[in-house]
Design a binder for this molecule. Structure first.
Ligand SMILES: [Zn+2]
Ligand SMILES: [Zn+2]
Ligand SMILES: [Zn+2]
Length: 346
């Protein structure tokens, strides 16, 4: 390969599937579009879906699991680990896109510069923290709907009635479901946790402990056994897991490939919930339910030296500014960490 082309490598987590295709190096960074619509949140479990055009538009995807996201869009994922790799439109002129999370972390490879369907989020969602991520500091463009719709000003939502973090959490149950509804659960709120001392709260988002679920097994070991069982409880629906390391299970929907839970064995009474699956009246960030750790970001050291480093640091910086502007306190865990006590209390 000559130096004036760059090879893109897309790979799933379990490495069963690897795809390669080349672009002219002069076309870098590739312009990525982030879709914040309700459907993309529920199909990914993330705050948005982001893809870039794949150079080989005739790529053979027959080895992947296909899911019809809509009459006009088909998505492709790995059946073993649940990684979503591609999405393909069927309308004339629509293109094959690769999900950026599957691409290598080469410097200057991808730039997130357009955000569509931000109107769906009601609270701005994760777009609030990517308004300045363009390398030359030009704010990213944010649109109410598609990229031909009304562009949102940088200060939107300026007058949004953001939930008071000290207010009672409502409603009592928040729907938590994937796009195909094969995983369809209710998350109980955390009002019962609010009377506990802040330093005794779980160190992530209060309200995401396994014990707050109705019907779900109370420990991650029991959950794993229930999902793997030949006589699987029908209420677990299309929930499946991939064992990504001996002590980690990553739960996803076997039909639409939404990420659902992350479970690690040294926290047997807690799962991490994919926030994109929540359907809360306060908006995409579900701030009436979740307490976000704005201004910190885990595992940034894993992406040093590549395109994700700049993105991650930019998001961390903007989220910290947002936290200060809104007057949100630092989380108890962050206060402890910054004081030099890294011991987590559960
Ligand atoms: Zn895989
Ligand atoms: Zn979308
Ligand atoms: Zn699903």
């Amino acid at each position: 390969m000559s130096s004036d082309t760059t090879e893109l490598v897309a790979q799933c987590l379990c490495k069963t599937h690897t795809f390669k295709s080349s672009v002219p190096s002069s076309s870098l960074p590739l312009s990525a579009t982030c879709c914040h619509c309700d459907s993309c949140r529920h199909v990914t479990g993330a705050m948005f879906l982001v893809d870039v055009e794949w150079p080989n538009q005739d790529e053979d995807l027959s080895a992947l699991h296909a899911y019809d996201f809509s009459p006009n869009l088909r998505e492709f994922s790995c059946q073993s680990c649940g990684t979503r790799l591609f999405c393909k439109g069927s309308k004339p002129g629509s293109t094959l896109g690769v999900i950026t999370g599957t691409l290598q972390n080469e410097v200057n490879l991808v730039r997130y510069d357009k955000h569509i369907y931000v109107g769906d989020t009601r609270d701005g969602g994760a777009s609030m923290f990517m308004r300045k991520s363009h390398p030359d500091a030009t704010p990213s463009k944010r649109f109410v709907e598609g990229s031909n719709s009304k562009e949102l000003p940088a200060d939107w939502p300026s007058n949004f009635d953001l939930p008071d973090p000290e207010a009672q959490v409502t409603p009592e149950f928040t729907p938590l479901y994937c796009h195909c509804r094969g995983v369809n659960l209710l998350l109980k709120n955390a009002t019962d946790l609010k009377d506990r001392a802040p330093d005794k709260l779980p160190f992530y988002h209060p309200g995401t402990t396994a014990e707050t679920f109705e019907h779900l097994p109370a420990s991650t070991f029991d959950l794993k056994a229930a999902v793997a069982s030949e006589n699987k409880d029908p209420r677990l629906g299309t929930l499946e897991f991939y064992q990504s390391s001996p002590d980690v299970e990553r739960y996803f929907c076997s039909k639409c490939a939404a990420v659902v839970f992350f479970a690690v064995h040294d926290r047997p009474n807690m799962v991490d919930v994919a926030p994109g699956l929540l359907d809360h009246p306060s908006g995409a960030r579900a701030e009436g339910l979740l307490h976000w750790n704005f201004g910190t970001m885990g595992r940034l050291e894993d992406v040093e030296g590549g395109w994700r480093e700049k993105l991650g640091k930019g998001v961390r910086e903007e989220a910290e500014q947002w936290r200060i502007e809104r007057g949100y306190p630092k989380t108890a865990g962050r206060v402890r960490r910054e004081a030099g006590n890294t011991k987590m209390q559960l």
